[in-house]
Design a binder for this molecule. Structure first.
Ligand code: DC
Length: 211
């Protein structure tokens, strides 16, 4: 029997992968999973307990006791949560604790999953893989505008500096670093709007599925 379809959508922050993955999931009739939420929820639990997200013991305990309700929290985004997620994500045992859950999710009904290592580690055999990226300047501007829209006052320079620091940490870690899978199609959204990026991504998936 053919396994359910898993589409891997990886890439750095604010490249548009969440919006794109959600649209793909709707078009393909598949569930969507934002795997960044798992790392965000682990980071948040460590912060709540007054711990340091870089401390392996605290982060692993948080990852092992994660529950579905943790993913529904309203405070998983923002500069502190961003860096906490990126910090816990460097710890191999944290990644190991979250691996089976992600694989079970995809294997049950298929999925469009966005993250950093879906195409390289979680589903290396996924038939369709996209690596969604954009210039650091474009990504910082998008994130800054998003924050402005929420009434959060930050300078563009601060947002860009934080984003570059997080990219460096995500791409530089030794376990499951952010990088395109060898068979991923790179989609640069610097000059694309969300609809255009979606149409290109859907073409890629259909071509990979032979449709
Ligand atoms: O996608 P995001 O920005 O919500 O992810 C938050 C952090 O979680 C990101 O900086 C690195 C980590 N992450 C990861 O290491 N692997 C994933 N599959 C998803 C996220």
């Amino acid at each position: 029997m053919t396994p359910p379809l898993v589409v891997a959508v990886d890439g750095p922050a604010a490249a548009g992968k969440g919006t794109l993955a959600r649209k793909l999931a709707a078009a393909l009739g598949l569930p969507y999973l934002d795997t960044g939420l798992l790392y965000r929820a682990v980071g948040r639990r460590v912060l709540d307990a007054g711990g340091d997200p870089r401390d392996p013991a605290a982060a692993v305990a948080a990852a092992r006791s994660l529950s579905a309700a943790d993913l529904d929290r309203g405070d998983l985004r923002g500069p502190q949560a961003d860096m906490a997620a990126s910090a816990v994500a460097t710890i191999p045992e944290v990644r190991a604790a979250l691996l089976d859950w992600q694989r079970d999710f995809g294997r049950t009904h298929g999925a469009v999953m966005d993250g950093r290592d879906i195409g390289t580690v979680i589903f290396p055999d996924a038939p369709a893989k996209l690596f969604v990226t954009a210039s650091p300047e474009a990504r910082a501007k998008r994130r800054w505008l998003e924050l402005q829209g929420k009434g959060v006052q930050r300078t563009l320079a601060d947002v860009e500096a934080e984003m570059r620091a997080r990219d460096a940490q995500d791409a530089g870690r030794s376990t499951a670093p952010m990088k395109p899978a060898e068979d991923a199609v790179i989609l640069d959204t610097t000059a694309l709007d969300a609809e255009h990026a979606f149409r290109m991504a859907l073409d890629v998936v259909r071509a990979r599925m032979g449709a």
